[in-house]
Ligand binder design. Sequence first.
Ligand SMILES: C=CC1=C(C)c2cc3[nH]c(cc4nc(cc5[nH]c(cc1n2)c(C)c5CCC(=O)O)C(CCC(=O)O)=C4C)c(C)c3C=C
Ligand code: FE2
Length: 447
Amino acid sequence: MTPLDILRAHEPGQWTRPEDCASRTPLPIDEGDRVGVVLFNLGGPSTLGEVEPFLYRLLMDPLLLDVPVGGRMRRWLARSVAYLRAGTLREHYELIGGASPVPRLAREQATVLQDHLDARYGGPAGVGVRVYSAMRYGRPFPEKVAADMEADGVDKVVLVPSYPQYAAGTTGSALAYWKALGARGERPSWPTTVVPEYAANPKYVQAVSERIDEALQRFPRHVREEVALVFSAHGSVFDAQGPRKPPYCCHVHSTVDRVMQHRGRDRPFRTAFQSLMGPNHWLTPSTPDTIAALAEQGHRAVLVVPIAFVTDHVNVRYDLDVDVRETASAHGIDYFEVTAGLNTHPLFIEALGEATMAQLDVPIDTNQRRHGGDGHAQTYPLRPLQQLPRHKVTRDGACPTCGRQWGARRWTHPDRPTQSATATDRPASPPDERSSPLAESRSKEDP
Ligand SMILES: C=CC1=C(C)c2cc3[nH]c(cc4nc(cc5[nH]c(cc1n2)c(C)c5CCC(=O)O)C(CCC(=O)O)=C4C)c(C)c3C=C
Ligand SMILES: [Fe+2]
């Protein structure tokens, strides 16, 4: 399917909410079934020669970039901007190793996820699981992946976008493409379920927190205590209002809230949006502005935590690690670091596994000890990793920042079904009010 085909198939107003795509009931799986897990990603150029076609496909996506021109005019515009932007972008890719790391890292994630799903769930349940990596704007394209799945005899499908937070331009776009392929008869029609988001999955949250701890070790010991965190989400255009307003912002704030809750709100933090381009109405504040504001408030050490994507990529390794680092230095930030991507962090792979399994009804209870689970778990975060139980998902999380009911789905512990919403959703008090001049900003993010 060409970028022009997907533009023509696009119906405005669709795919702006997880509800537009998510299945509300788990997909029944029988013993002997072959389940194909499609791990969707944005993709990226694997060579410098692929930079311009990658950009063209991206700029032709009506869900990512909503501009008031269509058809051939849009194609001309996308080609021109891709041509103009490609020169600069190639330089950025050259600086980070000559290509996008996304395709390689996404393949690795798919391999490790497959091993995990097989060992933890598929094997004990007698279900064949195969994980496929598919890219929205690069290779392998979803149509090629669908052909492989057909050749492999897949019976049922789970679509797992690698984006933790739902945005129409990322998850929505991947699903719209998959749906359009089905509508055009370019892939078989399988019984299918979708993971809409996993922004508050406890293992995902814990994996982000571990990346923070690793990166804190890179700061000199004497400043470590005072490092401020800037959670940096990829920018998104923010013009739809009212009930169709996309939940992306609420999901990002949900993730940040859970990570800081997990860390006992140990230090000052901010949430910001990066890599904004063009004159659109982007989510604010921007990452560079936020760092400048922190410098003005007297902070000297900043750790940036990319939060809306799960591998290293050019907008982290160049935009943050090179460009924003210079901005930070110019504003007097003496110590500046960026966390590594989650990539194949074991807890993150387990989170993807839980998100996948939450959409499936498998023939046995994989929580039972004889099936590799841990039977009855009492406390969630302190259990050894291999013993963590499968979590159930509810849909009643509220955004910790604006209070709308579009926060991330809440993951409740199967052995503590009565756990109150307030215990998990309300920002925690700081563990102690230290007498440091930064203490007042530890407890809660500034507006
Ligand atoms: C123009 C509008 C764009 C929106 C809206 C947008 C949202 C968005 N993007 C990501 C994740 C990634 N985007 C990446 C690259 C990239 N994104 C845009 C445009 C928009 N993204 C462009 C033009 C590019 C190309 C790079 C550049 O020109 O700077 C990447 C990097 C891929 C790589 O190969 O390294 C990621 C990752 C999210 C999560 C998001 C959320 C709404
Ligand atoms: Fe992007």
